[in-house]
Ligand binder design. Structure first.
Ligand code: 164
Ligand code: MG
Length: 321
């Protein structure tokens, strides 16, 4: 007997989480729980406002329709919306036992600008020291100085930076000017420096700082390609689609010699632990970008090892059907 249960949930966020210039007070999402022949699988569907094209309500409508069809014994096609396709495909993979259980719970810590705090976080980290810093929110000069300070203070640190397309070519140049040339190769990559891909490519060529694509992956005319100055692609499965599509993108990136970084779309601990499993499975050589749980006030259903946040169970979810 098949059963498919859909749940809705809402998690309060830390006070200061700002996404695309709007404050994210709560994270809203859905879970699907599939049961069949004594096996089960969970999946998370949580479109990210400002990043996902589909809304929560649109995702919910197609998830419920898919669940109805599946419950009746069919193999309905995955819905087209990326968040829905991803969540359902994770639940199906758990059910089929095809999503390996081993996980990579290391995550490149997100640094807020305090080198002492980062130093403390990194000193407990086994293996390579990699951290991620958001740039582009303040003056480019301030960003440049912070990056210099971190690289100077922690000699074996490598940084991932993310400008979310905030810079004009001039601002990007100002930033680069402040980063000590001897340390530029310790910037593993800078995600999306400028508004256009051409400006970002020109920045990489001129500054010698490697860049990575993130937002670009969602553009209609984007193609995976090996280009001078591009070292990585950031793959956010909730914004990408089914597990098959995520796997195909990782394989394409690897074939082109690019690093593929599995990254969070601010999922709950359930989705985040699945991303840690996907990263261990598909990108075992690369530290995933999953340090976002601390932005939330609680975990749901599955615990992220060592997180001090309280864990809420099924009773905290709203049952839809
Ligand atoms: O990639 C990571 O290391 C963590 C996730 C992360 O940085 C992001 C998640 C979701 C939205 C963005 O603000 C941001 C990003 O742009 O990559
Ligand atoms: Mg990014």
């Amino acid at each position: 007997m098949r059963n498919a249960q859909v749940y809705r949930w809402q998690i309060p966020m830390d006070a200061g989480v700002v996404l695309r210039e709007r404050r994210l007070k709560t994270r809203d999402g859905l879970f699907i729980h599939l049961q069949d022949a004594g096996r089960e699988g969970w999946g998370e569907i949580s479109p990210l406002p400002g990043f996902s094209a589909e809304t929560h309500d649109e995702a919910q409508a197609s998830l419920l329709a898919w669940a109805d069809a599946w419950r009746q014994g069919g193999s309905p096609q995955l819905p087209a919306q990326p968040s829905v396709a991803f969540g359902i495909s994770c639940a199906l993979a758990e059910l089929a036992g095809s999503l390996p259980a081993a996980a990579d719970y290391r995550a490149a810590p997100l640094c807020t600008g305090d080198p002492d705090a980062l130093f403390a976080q990194l000193s407990g980290m086994p293996g390579e020291k990699v951290a991620k810093v958001k740039v582009g929110l303040y003056e480019a000069v301030r960003d440049g100085m912070l990056v210099n300070l971190l690289l100077e203070a922690i000699p074996d640190l490598r940084l991932r930076l993310d400008a979310n397309r905030a810079w004009t070519p001039l601002r990007a140049q100002q930033f680069a000017k402040y980063v000590n040339p001897a340390w530029r190769d310790r910037i593993a990559f800078l995600e999306e420096p400028c508004k256009s891909r051409d400006d970002s490519l020109a920045f990489a060529r001129e500054s010698g700082i490697a860049i990575a694509w993130d937002e670009s992956l969602r553009e209609e005319d984007f193609r995976f390609a090996a280009e001078p100055g591009v070292s990585a692609v950031v793959i956010k499965p909730t914004l990408t689609g089914s597990l098959d599509k995520v796997r195909a993108q990782v394989e394409t990136a690897h074939r082109l010699g690019l690093t593929a970084v599995i990254s969070s779309s601010i999922e709950s601990s359930l989705g985040l632990t699945q991303l840690a499993r996907i990263a261990a499975w598909l990108t075992p050589q690369t530290l995933p970008g999953l340090d976002t749980l601390h932005l939330m006030q609680t975990q749901l259903l599955r615990r992220w090892p060592d997180s001090p946040l309280p864990l809420a169970g099924v009773e905290a979810l709203e049952t839809l059907r």
